[in-house]
Write a protein that binds this ligand. Structure first.
Ligand code: DQA
Length: 148
């Protein structure tokens, strides 16, 4: 199975940004963990991060053409603003899981809406890096069930 793990703005600053919310581990640690989980579960994974909305839209569109079978996405701040990312997810219609490191349901009002989430089969929040693991394994299970 081929999975795309997509990360939005400021997630490259993990380990530096608001450590009380996002922890001490770095973006590189996150990428290493995702790659380890992929290897252990025979998943082909691509990890992509961008601070630019259009670049994220481009990468989602590319997933339609490159054999990607599922997307784990943390759109970060674009979660709460981007109809373009929502539309891109709908356009490719691949199963997508929304992941947030923090529990956004317990944060500011402006974080209470998720556009991207409207095109996702599942949302995982407040579990830190483990949310990515849960998301990847969920997509794997979904694909296995479909293949049976
Ligand atoms: C985040 C939550 C968003 O509200 C925020 O803008 C982020 C990270 C999270 O992973 O908890 O940048 O998506």
């Amino acid at each position: 199975m081929k999975i795309l793990v997509l990360n939005g703005p400021n997630l490259n600053m993990l380990g530096i940004r608001e450590k009380n919310i996002y922890g001490n581990d770095t973006y590189e640690d996150l990428v290493n963990l995702v790659q380890k989980i992929a290897k252990e579960n025979h998943i082909e994974v691509e990890v992509y991060q961008s601070n630019h909305e259009g670049a994220l839209v481009d990468r989602i569109q590319q997933a339609y053409f490159d054999g990607t079978e599922g997307i784990v996405i943390n759109p970060a701040a674009y979660t709460h603003t981007s109809v373009a990312i929502l539309d891109a997810l709908k356009a490719v219609s691949l199963p997508a899981v929304e992941v947030h490191l923090s529990d956004v349901s317990q944060r500011e009002d402006f974080r209470q809406i998720s556009y991207a989430g409207k095109a996702c089969v599942k949302t995982i929040m407040g579990k830190g890096f483990l949310g990515y693991q849960e998301g990847m394994l969920f997509l794997l299970e979904m694909a296995d069930r479909k293949g049976e």
